[in-house]
Ligand binder design. Structure first.
Ligand code: PEP
Length: 252
C-alpha cells in the first residue's frame, strides 16, 4: 500500500543542541499524540545525524541527510559520502532540492551519480523536482517537471525506482509563504503519477509516495493532503517547530 510520508527539511538551521532538542520534542509529541499511519522523517544537517538518531525512537521516526557527495570517497574536501550518511544510522537522503540545484549547480548528471550512490548504500532518496515561476507563468510546468524526472530517476531500474520517495516542490512556493493551490498540487501530482505509469506501469505508479513541498504548514496541510495524489509533504520552515510539525503529521 502507498505510504504517507511527512518529512522535515531543517536546511541550514539549528545548532547541534537545538536540533537534538527539536528531534526529542517531535519524538515526544508522536509518542503522546501518535502519527496516524504516517512515516515521519527529520532532514537534519550532516553534523546532527548521529546525535538525532541516538535521541529518538528510530522505529517511529526516520532520519535524512539533506545531500550526499557525488563520489564514493577520496580527495573531495568538505564532502560527505552516502556511505558516511548510512553509517550514522540515517535511512534517507534528500536529493535534487531546488536550493542545491540553484545555488550549488547540481545538474541531472550530478544527481544521477548521487542517486546511484545513495541506492548502493541502502539509503532511500527523497527526490525533489519542481518548476521556477517563469515556467509556471508560461504554463509549461508539467513538461518541465517530467523532463527533470526523465533525465534522472526515470533512468533507474524499476527495482531501484520503487525505493524512492518523490517530492514535488514548486520553487515559487518554497519559503515564500505562497502555497500551490490544492488544484495546482493535484494536477502536477497526477501528471507525475501518469508519467510513472507510462514508464514503469500502473502498479508501480500506484505505490509511489508523492509529497508536496512549498510553504506547507499546520493551516494548509489538511487541504493539500486531501488530494488523492498527494501522499504527504516535504516541510521546510514549519518543521522547525515541533508543535507545527506534529499538526502537519496529524493533518491526515
Ligand atoms: C523545502 O525547502 O523543502 C520547503 C518545502 O520549504 P518551505 O516549507 O519552507 O517552503
Amino acid at each position: 500500500m502507498r505510504k504517507k510520508v511527512v518529512a522535515g527539511n531543517w536546511k541550514c538551521n539549528t545548532t547541534l543542541h537545538e536540533g537534538v532538542e527539536l528531534a526529542k520534542a517531535v519524538d515526544k509529541l508522536i509518542s503522546e499524540k501518535g502519527a496516524a499511519d504516517v512515516v515521519v522523517v527529520l532532514g537534519t544537517p550532516f553534523t546532527h545525524l548521529t546525535s538525532v538518531v541516538g535521541a529518538i525512537d528510530t522505529k517511529r521516526i526516520g532520519v535524512a541527510s539533506q545531500n550526499c557527495a557525488a563520489e564514493a570517497k577520496g580527495a573531495f574536501t568538505g564532502e560527505v559520502s552516502a556511505a558516511m550518511v548510512k553509517s550514522t544510522g540515517s535511512q534517507y537522503v534528500i536529493l535534487g532540492h531546488s536550493e542545491r540545484r540553484e545555488y550549488y549547480g547540481e545538474t541531472s548528471e550530478i544527481l544521477n551519480k548521487k542517486l546511484a550512490l545513495a541506492l548502493e548504500n541502502g539509503l532511500t532518496p527523497i527526490y525533489c523536482c519542481g518548476e521556477p515561476l517563469n515556467i509556471r507563468n508560461a504554463g509549461t510546468q508539467v513538461e518541465y517537471v517530467i523532463n527533470q524526472l526523465e533525465e534522472t530517476i526515470f533512468q533507474l531500474s524499476e527495482e531501484d525506482f520503487k525505493k524512492l520517495v518523490i517530492a514535488y516542490e514548486p520553487i515559487w512556493a518554497i519559503g515564500t509563504g505562497v502555497t500551490a493551490t490544492t488544484e495546482q498540487a493535484q494536477e502536477m501530482h497526477k501528471s507525475i503519477r501518469d508519467a510513472i505509469a507510462d514508464k514503469f506501469g500502473a502498479e508501480v505508479a500506484d505505490e509511489m509516495s508523492l509529497l508536496y513541498g512549498g510553504s506547507c504548514n499546520a493551516k494548509n496541510a489538511n487541504e493539500l493532503f486531501a488530494n488523492p495524489d498527494v501522499d504527504g509533504g516535504l516541510i521546510g520552515g514549519a518543521s522547525l517547530k515541533a508543535d507545527d510539525f506534529i499538526q502537519i503529521i496529524n493533518a491526515y
